[in-house]
Design a protein around this ligand. Structure first.
Ligand code: UD1
Ligand code: CA
Length: 456
């Protein structure tokens, strides 16, 4: 049995925020959901979140996540006291049953590191430790001459010699559940901070002859905690840098790995190029040879091979097939599906519409709730009037139709195949195939026209 306890009761005073600290975000996702999702990869039997400050808000944010229990720690009397609140929820009474303790404000501990810690526990317990050039503020790992861990001493309680120790407690611990309950019951608060220190259980384990092992994180950013907006931004950068390096290792060219933001998952094929200032949100898939130009925002999208997105385009919940050209300054709203070799040019907004292969809308259009046939050419300034103020209607444009500039297609309307719509036409009725539609006031001409002049 594996129990996971996530400590998230702390106030986070230094965030200077009305939002509980663990609901602040890294890479677009709350810190607590990072921890929960990493923990879930271990397939635990139980996840218990200890809340305190902003407990209701934290609980509310995870309403939909199944299999999470919340326990309240009120008041907050230390990390040991926090885990004590979770005791009634901890399952398992066999020696191999384990409790893994994580922090809600240390969001990026990787699943591999959690696994390594569980491995290191063996028959005993394990602490995730690391070596810091400046260990100030951290609990120090005190070992004997043989190198065996004896106890953890908090910075504030440490002697000068102990403060010289550079191996620190990251706070992440794996312990046998049965003994953990016993150790927690033995905690005292006779220390400088008058808190119940979780770290005191290490000393109890040693007294009880339970081996205490150490595991170490693979990356130094994994164990960075967030106490302030400055630290939040530093961790964000570290994480973005990591993701950028993973992409480059997988064969993606980034114009500048320090100028990309991935707030979700970005999957790329071979020889993808991404220019500076792009933001990717949710799940985005870029197939082989996709080229993303500068300053694009791409959310929940899939772009097929060799598709090119020109600068300053915004793509949301949309899909493009192969060799599509999008932008500059294009806006693809949810439900846009672009076929092979379609062209979407500048200042074109598309919503909930399908473009068949080789269809084009090159300049200044709004196309909503439309089905656009193959090789259709939509001229500059064409608008689908899809909304009457109450209802949305569909526009269907047949293959090879030519929609002249500045036309309005008043939905619901069907434009036949190979139809020509003359520039400036307002189409209000369905058309047959192969014809010309024209609705235009006849042009007048007045020779030698005198413009009105201001009277002085
Ligand atoms: C703790 C460790 C220290 C370690 C450091 C790593 C103890 C006694 N000390 O110190 O050895 O080096 O983390 O960052 O464990 N929390 C609660 N309820 C409480 C107190 C804390 O839920 O009553 C939560 C906080 O929200 C936070 C975590 O526990 O997520 C750690 O608390 P914090 O006050 O940051 O611990 P430190 O004193 O830094
Ligand atoms: Ca801390």
């Amino acid at each position: 049995m594996l129990n996971v306890v996530i400590l998230a009761a702390g106030k986070g005073t230094r965030m200077q925020s009305d939002l509980p600290k663990v609901l602040h975000r890294i890479a677009g996702k709350t810190m607590l959901s990072h921890v929960i999702q990493s923990a879930q990869t271990l397939q635990p039997d139980n996840i218990v979140v200890v809340t305190g400050h902003g407990a209701e808000q934290v609980k509310h944010a995870f309403n939909e996540v199944a299999d999470i229990q919340f326990v309240l720690q009120q008041p907050q009397l230390g990390t040991g006291h926090a885990v004590q609140q979770a005791v009634p929820a901890l399952q398992g009474d066999n020696p191999e049953d384990t409790t893994l303790i994580l922090y809600g404000d240390v969001p990026l501990v990787q699943p591999e590191t959690m696994q390594a810690l569980l491995q290191a526990r063996g028959q005993g317990m394990a602490v995730l430790t690391e070596f810091l050039a400046d260990p100030t503020g951290y609990g120090r790992i005190v070992r004997d001459e043989a190198g065996t861990i004896q106890r953890i001493v908090e910075h504030k309680d440490a002697s000068e010699t102990e403060r010289a120790i550079t191996e620190v407690n990251t706070g992440i611990i794996a312990a046998p559940t049965v003994q953990l309950k016993d150790w927690l019951a033995r905690l005292q608060n006779n220390n400088v901070q008058q808190e119940y220190y979780l770290t005191d259980i290490i000393g109890f384990a040693v007294q009880d002859g339970v081996p205490v092992n150490a595991a170490h994180p693979q990356h130094d950013w994994e164990t960075l905690g967030v106490n302030s907006r400055v630290q939040q931004a530093q961790l964000e950068r570290a994480w973005q840098r990591e993701q950028a390096e993973r992409l480059m290792t997988a064969g993606v060219t980034l114009a500048d790995p320090d100028r990309i933001d991935i707030r979700g998952s970005l999957q790329c094929g071979r020889d993808v190029f991404i220019d500076v200032g792009c933001v990717f949100e949710g799940d985005v898939v870029l197939d082989d040879g996709v080229h993303i130009s500068a300053h694009c925002v791409i959310k929940e999208a899939r772009l097929g091979h060799n598709t090119v997105v020109h600068p300053f385009s915004h793509i949301d919940q949309s899909q493009a097939a192969a060799q599509v050209s999008i932008g500059p300054f294009a806006r693809l709203r949810p439900g846009t599906q672009l076929g092979d070799q379609t062209h979407i040019g500048n200042f074109v907004e598309i919503k909930n519409s399908q473009f068949a292969p080789q269809a084009k809308a090159s300049h200044l259009s709004y196309i909503g709730d439309a089905q656009v046939g193959q090789r259709v050419n939509i001229g500059a300034g064409v608008i689908t009037c899809n909304y009457d103020g109450a209802n949305k209607f569909k526009t269907v444009i047949g293959d090879d139709a030519f929609i002249g500039s500045d036309s309005q297609l008043v939905a619901p309307v069907n434009i036949g195949k190979n139809t020509t719509v003359a520039a400036g036409t307002t189409v209000t009725r369905d058309t047959e195939d192969n014809g010309l539609v024209l609705s235009r006031t006849a042009q007048q001409y007045k020779a030698d026209w005198q413009r009105p002049k201001k009277v002085k």
